[in-house]
Write a protein of this length. Structure first.
Length: 147
């Protein structure tokens, strides 16, 4: 869990530092994290609640630390961060042999006609594929636990 938290922290910090126009060596971020282990139904659901500063601290020309605020992330920024985080965390867990990527499940594919939208949506759901939009038909990134 600590390794995953480190990945999340480094990814988000690097994003903030770049947004502020600094390098990782010259700026620092701040965060507070609460690790929650269960959901509201007492189901196992480990996740992080993180509060990040909305900017970075960097040294000015006089040697003083100054706070540099960054703009709120756009939807595109958030989508990019989610994609980066999911791939980095998955790669880490795979390297440690804790998870392996779900293999293609082509045997789940249903016979469908172009007019039967419900069957098409069901087929995309069953095979873990994106059902609509510009990435329709692409495999959804999924992991499954090892026995």
């Amino acid at each position: 869990m600590g390794t995953v938290l480190g990945i999340v922290y480094r990814t988000l910090s690097t994003h903030l530092i770049k947004q502020a126009g600094f390098a990782k060596a010259t700026a620092q971020t701040g965060t507070v994290t609460l690790i929650q282990r269960f959901g509201s139904a007492l189901n196992l659901n480990v996740h992080f609640h993180m509060l990040f500063l909305d900017g970075v601290y960097a040294e000015d020309a006089y040697g003083q630390q100054r706070f540099h605020r960054v703009k709120a992330p756009t939807q595109q920024d958030l989508n990019g961060l989610v994609n980066t985080l999911s791939h980095r965390v998955a790669r880490c867990l795979e390297k440690r042999s804790l998870l392996e990527r779900d293999a293609e499940n082509s045997w789940l594919t249903l016979e469908e006609s172009e007019d039967d939208v419900l069957t098409q949506l069901h087929g995309h759901f069953v095979t873990c594929r994106i059902a609509t939009g510009s990435q329709q038909g692409r495999k959804v990134f999924t992991l499954r636990p090892l026995p």
